[in-house]
Write a protein that binds this ligand. Structure first.
Ligand code: FES
Ligand code: FES
Length: 159
């Protein structure tokens, strides 16, 4: 099978990866770069478990071909935490009980992080809208909603 060399920046690290034309970004992250935080829930663009940031925008990585990402900046859940501390929404989702089986969590964290980057003081409706593509079978969503609210409060208190 012909492989195509692409160059991407993943979590601030430059990477050169050889991928077949039909490999999705999700599979490239998991299989070529061992970034297994990005989950394969449905492979059909329905569940949001595979959400990553592609050039700053949340996307379902199962619906994007890796070859389309040549030159792109990608952030996965592994790239959210700083050197010595979690991102605010990572801390608050743990405290609020928003992680049960955890399968949806990486995608939810990426979508929530993207929301807080573009809108530091979201309303509840804006939080719900930002997370509409991220399905969770366990939590009933309320702890997740609360964790994003609390992360917004933490971030605005930190200035
Ligand atoms: Fe991509 Fe479900 S695995 S949306
Ligand atoms: Fe299990 Fe969300 S915590 S699917």
């Amino acid at each position: 099978m012909t492989l195509h060399e692409i160059h991407v920046t993943v979590n601030d690290e430059p990477e050169q990866v050889a991928v077949p034309a039909n490999m999705t970004l999700m599979r490239m992250l998991r299989e070529k770069l061992a970034l297994t935080g990005t989950k394969n829930g449905c492979s059909a663009g329905e569940c949001g478990a595979c959400t990553v940031l592609l050039n700053g925008e949340p996307v379902n990585s199962c619906m994007v071909l890796a070859v389309e990402c040549d030159g792109a900046r990608i952030v996965t859940v592994e790239g959210l935490a700083g050197e010595d501390r979690l991102a605010p929404v990572q801390e608050t989702i743990l405290r609020a009980g928003g992680v049960q089986c955890g399968f949806c969590t990486p995608g939810i964290l990426i979508s929530a992080h993207a929301l807080l980057e573009r809108n530091p003081t979201p309303s509840d409706d804006e939080i719900r809208e930002a997370l509409v593509g991220n399905l969770c079978r366990c939590t009933g969503y309320l702890p997740i909603l609360e964790s994003v609210r609390e992360a917004a409060r933490m971030q605005s208190a930190a200035g």
